[in-house]
Write a protein that binds this ligand. Structure first.
Ligand SMILES: Cc1cc2nc3c(=O)[nH]c(=O)nc-3n(C[C@H](O)[C@H](O)[C@H](O)COP(=O)(O)O)c2cc1C
Length: 325
């Protein structure tokens, strides 16, 4: 069935796109824990896709039997490259395309990508229109409150909606905030009152209670860093929001609200390693797993000793031996 932001089940719970984190193994792990989560890829360059860049094309790989809805996030600033990239993404079988208009990294912004587009609303609208024109899957936008003020959020998004944007995910910080301070969701609630398309709120959700407190009038929430070392948060967020909307959970679905012990987490951590190894090969997979392994052991007894060993692992068997020691 074709995916639509308008009809997909509410509340929407999305895994935030995160470069260097939300690769296929991370997305698949999250989907095993919470199958209803909408997953996004890391941001991919439309320039690289348009030129068939091998590394970027590889990053498009996904498992259609698990990763649905599957949203590919892209960045760039050339409409003709968006057009080409969008066709490739649609042919691949993705459910949607999301345009990054929020990344504050200096390298990204100085190339007129990511958050730089907030200051170029005409170009931003042109990119949305070019993408919408070339595919039949929905095109959404992820952005921030504004550049140095949130007053531009509503006019900016209205312009993009007119250009064909089918949904917005808003990180409650301005470009100038980078990742500092607390995310401000009040402007996101205002945006929802002013556009006709779904709006998802993002920023600083680190527990199910945060999600319940923050969702307000929005269609959904998006969680990023809160999943680091704690992918189980997605199960709790989904259940808490379902309960909030009056749905009674089956007894089998009810999660005891207790912290998992480290021993209970080990099978999931090993599964994450196995997915990484299967998808990227042992050398690359385990290298990239190091940061996750370090997050998983945070806060547990003997964590610092274990972390020092885990950040050097090269083989799956080594990680298993350390975790199970
Ligand atoms: C390591 C990392 C990589 C990120 N990469 C992306 C990205 O590729 N695309 C994007 O739109 N946002 C990216 N973000 C921003 C997140 O999607 C999200 O908006 C931000 O982390 C705030 O949400 P949180 O407080 O739930 O983490 C990244 C954030 C982090 C921490």
């Amino acid at each position: 069935m074709t995916f639509s932001w308008f009809t997909t089940a509410r509340p929407i719970v999305a895994l935030a796109p995160m470069a260097g984190v939300t690769d296929a193994s991370y997305r698949q792990l999250i989907k095993r824990i919470a199958p209803e989560v909408v997953v996004y890829t890391e941001f991919l360059s439309t320039d690289a896709l348009a030129f068939g860049g091998k590394k970027t094309m590889k990053m498009l790989a996904f498992d259609p039997t698990i990763e649905r809805p599957f949203i590919v996030q892209v960045f760039g600033h050339k409409p003709e490259h968006f057009l080409e990239a969008a066709k490739i993404i649609e042919q691949l079988g993705a459910d949607g395309i999301d345009i990054n208009m929020g990344c504050p990294a200096a390298k990204v912004v100085s190339s007129c990508h990511g958050a730089a587009l907030i200051q170029k609303p005409d170009l931003a609208a042109e990119l949305v229109a070019a993408t919408v024109k070339s595919v039949s899957i929905p095109v959404s936008v992820k952005t921030r409150l504004g550049w140095d003020s949130a007053t531009t959020l509503i006019p900016f998004c209205k312009k993009l909606e007119e250009a064909g944007a089918a949904a917005f995910a808003i990180h409650g910080r301005r470009f100038c905030d980078k990742f500092t301070g607390k995310a401000d969701w009040t402007q996101i609630y205002e945006l929802k009152k002013n556009v006709g398309v779904p709006v998802i709120g993002n920023g600083d959700i680190t527990s199910a209670a945060d999600a319940v407190e923050k969702i307000g009038n929005l269609d959904g929430v998006m969680v990023g860093r809160g999943t680091f070392g704690n992918p189980w948060i997605m199960r709790k967020v989904c259940d808490a929001l379902r309960e909030r909307s009056g749905e009674r959970l089956a007894v089998s679905d009810q999660q005891p609200d207790v912290q998992m012990t480290f021993a209970q987490k080990i099978p999931f951590i090993l599964e994450h390693c196995e997915l990484a190894v299967r998808i990227k090969g042992e050398q690359r997979g385990m290298l990239e797993m190091r940061r996750h392994l370090s997050s998983y052991v945070k806060g547990f007894e003997g964590a610092s000793d274990m972390r020092q060993k885990l950040v050097r692992v090269e083989k799956f068997a080594e990680a298993k031996a350390i975790l199970c020691s």
